[in-house]
Design a protein around this ligand. Structure first.
Ligand code: NDP
Length: 284
């Protein structure tokens, strides 16, 4: 069997077009959805992510603010900036690009962002909302992975979904989203004994470990939908996922490539969350 490739770039374009219609409807009412992204320091990868976020907003005609603070910015100054943006009616989505420099407590920062503007979905209020089935903002990468399944026509209800990885930004929220869509969910971690026993039973397999190509074709159930969240840079400079694409595509029914799978969806869902936040604010 050769798997169908889930084209994240094409699906991201489709989803962005849908959200542009909603953003345009708000603009017709005089409300332009706005995203503010704060970056502290000079981390090169973070700078690229932030530039891409700002670019995606511009594509959809959203207002965006890019606040670059020096690496020696104090925690108090950063908290004051967050408070200012929390109160700014032009801003509907606010995020601080992680990681922040070591002298800043990242939990304190995430907790300071208004839950109403927390488009990354990292604030404990929004984590709790997702866990109790009252989702407000889902974290963008798992949300994008869910949309990839839905847009590919892969049914989730009643399926066994196995999530490999339990990070707060990918694995745990992914598992909660799949549970909310009535999958039977298993979460595997680095402590799981006999990982392949679980992955081979997965109808839907989501892998987010940061371990290049660790899931091979012989660990996959024939016909399964495989979502590879991993982004790893190999010594030769090429990108690869946490799934060994070449062997996995011979067994799986659907598979996301890396790059061009989950990656394009993450920023798409950030924009979606920003528009949704503006819709909520407009409805108040
Ligand atoms: P973390 O390092 O925070 O978490 C990795 C998780 O994988 C941990 O829960 C860890 O288990 C688990 N794990 C590690 N090794 C194994 C193993 N051998 N068997 C089973 N589980 C294992 O990573 P993230 O969740 O932040 O990211 C995961 C991947 O996704 C990375 O490649 C990252 O680059 C990528 N990513 C991609 C995004 C995108 O936009 N496409 C966005 C965010 C991340 P334990 O808890 O026991 O240590």
């Amino acid at each position: 069997m050769t798997a169908r490739i889930i084209d994240g770039k094409a699906i991201a374009q489709e989803v962005r077009a849908e959200w542009k219609v909603r953003a345009d409807a708000l603009k017709a009412r005089g409300i332009t959805p706005g995203l503010a992204v704060i970056i502290v320091g000079e981390d090169p990868a973070s700078k690229v992510y932030v530039a891409n976020k700002v670019k995606a907003c511009a594509e959809l005609g959203l207002h965006s603010e890019h606040i670059a603070l020096p690496a020696d910015t104090s925690e108090a100054t950063l908290l004051a900036k967050i408070a200012e943006l929390n109160a700014d009616p032009k801003i509907h989505g606010l995020l601080v690009q992680l990681p922040v420099p070591k002298h800043i407590d990242s939990d304190k920062i995430l907790n300071a962002i208004s839950p109403d503007k927390d488009v990354d979905g990292f604030h404990p209020v929004n984590v709790g909302a997702l866990a109790t089935g009252n989702m407000r903002f889902a974290p963008c990468t798992p949300y994008g992975s869910l949309v990839l399944l839905q847009k590919s026509g892969i049914s989730i209800e009643g399926k066994h979904a196995v999530v490999v990885g339990r990070s707060n930004i990918v694995g745990k929220p992914m598992a909660l989203l799949l549970l909310q869509h009535n999958a039977t969910v298993t979460i595997c971690t680095s402590k799981t004994v006999d990982l392949a026993k679980f992955t081979r039973d997965a109808d839907i397999l989501v892998v987010a470990t940061g371990r290049p190509k660790m899931i091979t074709g012989n660990m996959i159930k024939p016909g399964a939908a495989v979502i590879d969240v991993g982004i790893n840079r190999l010594p030769d400079g090429k990108l690869c996922g946490d799934v060994d694409f070449d062997s996995a595509k011979e067994v799986a029914g659907w598979i996301t490539p890396v790059p061009g799978g989950v990656g394009p969806m993450t920023i798409t869902m950030l924009v979606a969350n920003t528009v949704q936040s503006a819709e909520r604010a407009a409805g108040k």
